[in-house]
Ligand binder design. Structure first.
Ligand SMILES: Cc1ncc(COP(=O)(O)O)c(C=O)c1O
Length: 447
């Protein structure tokens, strides 16, 4: 199918001169290749000048109010004076206790409280881990990314001057994943593997077959799996909301002790602004000893180097009052008094409606299957339009008052695709989205 080029710019929902001029003013050469924050700035500028509100799907910001339990605990802690005190680098005991309980109740794993560490967002957890894990063995200095993925993780690797490998998992679902991973592991250079599950941007979720392959190979090749659970419990096809009861959050932890988990509070608790996340290091990884760590740290034990070397150097721990907030939220969740997934389910419901609007207007879902099952509806989905690359689509969408990011920035090989985020769009905006997509489809006939 090809796209018929027509002069549509006269009649677009957003004045085309404004869009064109703002792209130029912001010195953007390729809108599709821009980072999320640049696109955000461009859209802010266009909105301000045109007075038109965009359908904003570029940034994964929680679209829900933060948990009240967290806010109240934080206010109380501040009133009690914690702002004056340095927090412990390893995290406060009550929080470490609740993180360990959470791991038991929602993942069915036993982790010593020592390895349960608050971080300044899960973002810092990743940064600290890339730094530390690639210093354990001079022969193993690369992290492998199972892509598509969150672009900032690669930015972290670049900032740190570290090397990485990557592949798009699109063509390697199911049993063939084993062969693909072994291609990389056989080099002996891979220290660790990072992926998010559910996946940002594609919302694919690994099946048990795939998680077992990853876990078994981690054991065989002595590789540490960095499992990013930023969207914990948000594969709404399985209800994991009951503490201590199956099903649990699907995880590689069922198959290997070689893991570090990153659990963000940004989406699950709508707590992105307070920059607090959890790093969960398995007992086995915490206790790994390596003389090579002594090149950079005074400790030869991984967990000690991580906390009192890396995290100490980065931020001397995590701000005090958000730790109280997270401890209170987790306690309520662990005690079965607060169903943290009840509210975020709305993202899945919105995705279902939005996907239909897109497919009714000529778009196709890019990452659509988890082996034999259609993917879940959740925080993100990916779409393409016949005849346009993802980068082109992002730029075209600016004229239609729709913003998203191109998959080309995520390590995806599906260069025709873009990622849409469901969180910020309000249901009242659905008629607008539908109208704009219809107009787009009219202006870009498919033959
Ligand atoms: C896959 C993934 N990992 C990590 C993060 C960052 O989480 P935090 O806000 O806890 O730093 C995000 C945020 O969008 C994400 O999508």
């Amino acid at each position: 199918m090809t796209l018929k080029a027509i002069d549509y710019k006269k009649d677009t929902p957003i004045c085309s001169d404004i869009v064109y001029n703002k792209i130029k003013e912001n010195k953007i050469h390729n809108v599709g290749k821009s980072t999320i924050r640049i696109i955000k700035k461009l859209v802010d500028d266009i909105e301000a000048e045109s007075g038109e509100k965009f359908i904003r799907m570029e940034m994964g910001i929680p679209g829900l109010p933060p948990s009240r339990i967290g806010i109240d605990a934080e206010i109380e802690a501040l009133n009690n004076g914690v702002a004056a005190l340095y927090p412990d680098i390893q995290g406060m005991p009550a929080l470490k206790h609740e993180i360990s309980r959470f791991a038991k109740l929602f993942l069915n794993i036993n982790v010593d409280e020592k390895g349960c560490i608050p971080t300044v967002g899960s973002m810092q957890g990743g940064f600290a881990t890339f730094m530390t894990v690639n210093r354990l063995n001079p022969k193993k200095k690369k992290t492998l990314f199972i892509d598509p993925g969150f672009p900032v993780h690669k930015q972290q690797m670049k900032v740190l001057g570290l090397e990485y490998e990557t592949f798009d998992v699109y063509n390697y679902r199911g049993e063939v994943l084993k062969e693909k991973l072994e291609e990389f592991f056989k080099s002996g250079e891979i220290s660790s593997v990072l992926y998010s599950n559910p996946n940002n941007p594609s919302w694919i979720c690994f099946t048990e077959t795939e998680l077992k392959i990853i876990g078994d190979l981690a054991n065989k090749y002595d590789v540490i799996i960095l499992e990013d659970l930023a969207y914990f419990g948000m594969d709404f096809r399985k209800d994991i909301s009951k503490p201590g009861v199956e099903p649990y959050q699907p995880s590689v932890t069922k198959y290997t002790e070689n893991y570090i988990l990153f659990i963000s509070s940004s989406k699950a608790f709508s707590y992105a602004g307070q920059r607090i996340g959890m790093m969960v290091i398995s007992d086995k990884v915490f206790n790994i000893k390596s003389k090579h760590l002594l090149n950079n740290y005074i400790y030869d034990t991984f967990g000690m180097a991580m906390i009192y070397g890396t995290i100490y150097s980065l931020s001397s721990g995590t701000a005090h009052s958000p730790q109280y907030a997270l401890a209170a939220m987790l306690k309520a969740v662990n005690d079965g008094e607060y169903d943290f997934l009840a509210e975020v389910k709305d993202y899945g419901d919105k995705a279902n409606i939005m996907k239909k609007m897109f497919t009714d207007n000529g778009f196709e879902i890019v990452y659509d299957m988890d082996e034999n099952d259609p993917i879940a509806d959740g925080f993100y989905f990916t779409v393409s339009y016949p005849g346009l690359s993802g980068d082109e689509l992002i730029e075209e969408f600016m004229y239609y008052g729709i913003s998203a990011i191109s998959l080309s920035t995520t390590g995806s090989e599906r260069l025709e695709g873009i990622r849409a985020c469901t969180s910020l769009i309000q249901r009242e905006q659905f008629p607008d989205l539908e109208k704009r997509l219809k107009k787009f489809n009219e202006h870009h006939p498919i033959y």
